[in-house]
Ligand binder design. Structure first.
Ligand SMILES: Cc1cc2nc3c(=O)[nH]c(=O)nc-3n(C[C@H](O)[C@H](O)[C@H](O)COP(=O)(O)O)c2cc1C
Length: 257
């Protein structure tokens, strides 16, 4: 079973690619916590790095996963560049549950957070081609059930940024908010939000409902990148259509759970 957490589809597409190669099914993490994975002989975890760590929902949900200690367990991290503690912190949680991670690797992909820093994630599509041989190597290692830990390089800045007090400072940088004048109440953001954190409300003076983001946003940026009206913005800056990104093989329907 290949379990994934994905906001803009990179992790989903990689989970699928690995799943097809290994003959394993794929499942979103929040469904996997409801399932019993203890009879699975292979369990792969595919999730991005956020702020040089695993996303908060991943850290929370991995604690609840039921995995057999004899399973071949691996972690693959799609990321813009740096994993920081993203592999280490989940490996530690699994170890505390008696589960050893046999193999881990990062793979560089377009960075969906670039939109929040005034850059275009689509301009990083070159990474797919550049790192295709790395992906092939990973798949071949996994088929051979290799044991190898590639922590993806070490940087002091990465580790410092993953510390809880530092995260408090950086989290507001990528906090999405709905621009009421642009929102047409289509509900796409609500459908792709795997946190169930977006509601559609009736508001005075509006003919269509308004999307409202609640207070447990994981900052996966699904809502920002999939909104057909570019109505979900980061830090009050307009979202440009050409900077909206999702993995080319992943559509809205794939993100709806
Ligand atoms: C909130 C946030 C924080 C991120 N932090 C990092 C980071 O620390 N290092 C990095 O290399 N990429 C970072 N990224 C980029 C993601 O890891 C990358 O876009 C990943 O492919 C997203 O996976 P997804 O498409 O499955 O959602 C961040 C993305 C987001 C949304």
């Amino acid at each position: 079973m290949i379990v994934y957490f994905s906001g803009t589809g990179n992790s989903l597409a990689i989970a699928r690619q690995i799943g097809e190669a290994l003959g394993e099914q794929t499942m979103p993490l929040h469904q996997a916590v409801q399932a019993d994975l203890s009879s699975e002989k292979v369990v792969g975890l595919v999730y991005p790095s956020y702020y040089f760590n695993a996303p908060e929902p991943v850290l929370r949900m991995v604690k609840e996963l039921r995995i057999n200690s004899g399973a071949y367990v691996f972690i693959i991290i799609p990321c813009g560049a740096q994993t920081g503690r993203a592999i280490w912190s989940v490996t530690k949680i699994l170890k505390e549950k008696g589960v050893e991670v046999a193999y881990c690797h990062k793979i560089r992909v377009p960075d969906c957070s670039a939109i929040g820093f005034g850059r275009n994630p689509n301009e990083q599509a070159w990474k797919f081609e550049r790192f295709a041989p790395r992906m092939e190597q990973i798949v071949s290692d996994l088929k051979a059930r290799k044991h190898a830990h590639h922590f993806g390089g070490w940087s002091l800045a990465g580790w410092l940024c993953a510390l809880p007090w530092m995260q408090k400072k950086t989290l507001p940088l990528l906090q999405p908010a709905v621009h009421a004048d642009k929102c047409v109440g289509c509900g796409t953001c609500k459908r792709v939000c795997k946190q169930g954190n977006i509601s559609l409300v009736e508001a005075a003076g509006r003919t269509q409902p308004l999307a409202v983001i609640g207070d447990h946003c994981a900052q996966c940026l699904s809502c920002v990148h999939f909104c057909p009206q570019q109505a979900v913005e980061i830090a009050g800056k307009p979202t440009l259509r050409e900077r909206q990104y999702h993995h080319p093989k992943v559509k809205v329907a794939d993100m709806v759970h």
